[in-house]
Design a protein around this ligand. Sequence first.
Ligand code: NAD
Length: 354
Amino acid sequence: MHLKQQPIRVCLVGAGRAGRVHANSLTQHVPGGVLVALVDAVEATRAETGEMYGIDDSARFATLEAALTWGQFDAVVITTPTFTHRDLAVAAARAQKHVFLEKPMALNLAECDDIIDAAAENSVVLQIGFMRRFDPEFAAAYERIQAGEIGQPMIVKSLTHGPGLPPAWARDLSLSNGMLAEVNSHDWDCTRWLAGSNPQRVYVEIANFKGERHQITTPNFYDNQLTSIRFENGALGSISGVCPCEYGYDARVEIIGERGIMQIGDIRGQAVIVGTNRDQGYITPIYRTWPQRFAWGYIREMEHFIECIRTGNPTRAAGIDGRWAVAGVLAGTRSFLEERPVLLREVLYATAGS
Ligand SMILES: NC(=O)c1ccc[n+]([C@@H]2O[C@H](COP(=O)([O-])OP(=O)(O)OC[C@H]3O[C@@H](n4cnc5c(N)ncnc54)[C@H](O)[C@@H]3O)[C@@H](O)[C@H]2O)c1
């Protein structure tokens, strides 16, 4: 007799912006997983997100600790601010819960190592929220690079420009590592993934155009950055970051290989263009938000997480990938603070996987 597999029961930890994107995937698009509980420190957020996704009042918790005492779930999806990631992920892994953890993985490499170790010691899946690896366009480009279509990548240029002022904690370097982490973690991961090599040296310039207008007084705040990277295999990379970006959400990559060029992504949010007024010319919408641009990436990364729990296969966005992105952020931050190029080995003091 064929027994139907029970869905993987998931507890969402952090029911804010990113949390709701994953709640949406689990309730509407990923039948292998089911959202059974949520944790949020703020009562109003618990109530609002709980109602939105039909989570019973008895399965809404103010702390992860309380949810773990209840315990009726197999995995957590952690979507809280960066400075909480280490403690939450380690506690969940120690309770034998599989862990999906949003980027940036943590604030520093020691925290990353604690999370990686806790997951390994308790044999649970640890997947980092690098949804671009699961976006159909990024994934296709990666496969075509692997197949050798453009030859060895020589230059990888990646940009993320995000609309909206980041939350207060994300503007504070001590709580978030700033925009290099909050906005550009995805580019740190993608440039390394697509170049097929770890970063070796980075140089970052920053600028602050809008901080005063938004009365942001946190030390070293910046809203624009440009990063240059040299990879261990000799390839070069660049990352541009802008946030807040007035014109919309923009995430594109260009890879120049020994035998060709590849471009991923389009500033246009639709292939449809409309012309009705000869003075205005064509009108074509651009992406406005990250949930819109990476809708499929978010769904497919959650499918993959559930699949890895079921099969025991390794995840395609592992703890070590999160750790390398954090290492890039730390080297980049040191670079602009000390106004010099920084070697990755200056920040890679821990040994795990480096
Ligand atoms: N992958 C992506 O594209 C993407 C996009 C946005 C945000 N993120 C990441 O998701 C995380 C959250 O960002 P956000 O924009 O959703 O933030 P947010 O402020 O909208 O939501 C965070 C939520 O966590 C709750 N919270 C804070 N500390 C908590 C704790 N200790 N226990 C339980 N709940 C707690 C807050 O009350 C809030 O509701 C960050 O790491 C961010 O970088 C990833």
